[in-house]
Design a protein around this ligand. Structure first.
Ligand code: NAD
Length: 319
């Protein structure tokens, strides 16, 4: 099987590509990425020609020619390319819409032109937004709070509509706070875990927006890669969006406590104002995921944090 990964030079994409090139049943992997937030360095060890390597195309999903060149000969697409930040979407909503919503329909059209390929799209738990019900199950009404969330809702809706309208095997996953190696700290939009781990390892204060009691269903990137690989191999598709998380909610304060324990440090915590568009709690109902992927066991938080800390110490701080 030949697989196109859009956004494959990003955090989740590059971790996924590492699993795909080593997996049986996957013959070749192509990446299309404009390296706007991702980087070629994320694929350094695996980029090249032939078996066990990733064929890298630097270009945008908004460029039809670039998409056609990357997708030709592929059997499946994992569509991860997006501008994945709530804050950026609040500052530049049309840019987010173009990359995340228009970009998704471009990818789906390319998959349709090239024979109705299997398409797996990354949506986001942010689509639940202001809906207070917990845990979040897929049948809940969505209430996006940010342009980012609205654009991801459009992305998953297009993905599922292509399944219905063109009988294409499509699947839309709602990711919930994915973390792990290759997720970079040190920029204004950094996710919580890499920012906390980096601050702790470099003896800087941890900045927390709000009380720290806000909680998330943190999911290891290795678990996400395992679920996507299983989807590809078994050509899993569904007419409804699927939460990709397991109902294990942890507060930011608990995460900070675990990082302190694993590193043997005592980080100083500075509390600042909450951010526009942030939700207080997020926890998945993982029932549908368990039905579709009965063999997948999630990596627990302590194990996932351990590998994140080791990567940050070696590849970011030690580099
Ligand atoms: P990332 O920024 O590391 O990866 C996104 C990749 O898409 C980057 O490599 C970027 O260069 C590329 N890209 C952006 N615009 C592009 C375009 N027009 N053409 C081609 N490539 C483009 O972010 P990530 O965390 O790896 O996110 C991957 C996907 O998962 C995104 O769709 C994101 O919305 C979704 N998601 C992530 C999380 C999370 O916790 N990380 C949660 C929910 C959803």
């Amino acid at each position: 099987m030949r697989v196109l990964v859009t956004g494959g030079a990003g955090f989740i994409g590059a971790n996924l590509c590492r699993s795909l090139v080593a997996a049986t049943g996957i013959d070749s992997v192509v990446v299309l990425d404009d390296v706007s937030t991702g980087s070629v360095a994320n694929l350094e060890e695996i980029v090249g020609d032939g078996a066990g390597a990733v064929e890298l195309h630097v270009g945008s999903i908004l460029d039809t020619d670039a998409l056609d060149a990357a997708i030709v000969g592929c059997d499946a697409v994992v569509h991860l390319a997006a501008i994945p930040s709530v804050q950026r979407s609040v500052e530049a909503p049309i840019r987010s819409h173009l990359a995340n919503a228009t970009g998704t329909i471009e990818v789906l059209e390319a998959a349709r032109r090239h024979g109705g390929l299997h398409v797996i799209t990354a949506s986001s738990s942010s689509v639940y937004g202001a809906n207070p019900t917990m845990p979040k199950h897929e049948q809940l009404p969505t209430r996006p709070l940010s342009p980012y969330a609205a654009s991801k809702l459009a992305a998953e809706a297009y993905t599922l509509a292509y399944g219905h309208s063109y009988s294409m095997p499509t699947l839309a996953f709602r990711f919930f706070n994915v973390y792990g190696p290759l997720q970079r700290p040190g920029h204004a939009y950094a996710a919580a875990i890499p920012a906390f781990v980096h601050a702790t390892l470099t003896d800087q204060p941890i900045t927390v927006h709000g009380t720290g009691e806000q909680s998330r269903d943190f999911t290891s990137v290795d678990t996400v890669a395992a679920v996507i690989l299983d989807s590809l191999r078994r050509r899993v598709h569904d007419s409804e969006p699927i939460n990709l998380a397991f109902g294990t909610r942890s507060s930011l304060n608990v995460v900070i406590g675990q990082i302190a324990e694993l590193t043997g440090k005592r980080p100083e915590v500075r509390r600042v104002a909450s951010r526009v568009g942030d939700v207080m709690h997020s926890q998945a109902d993982g029932g549908r995921l368990a039905e579709l992927f009965p063999d997948i066991r999630p990596v627990d938080l302590a194990t996932g944090l351990k590998s994140t800390i080791a990567w940050m110490a070696d590849d970011v701080i030690g580099a």
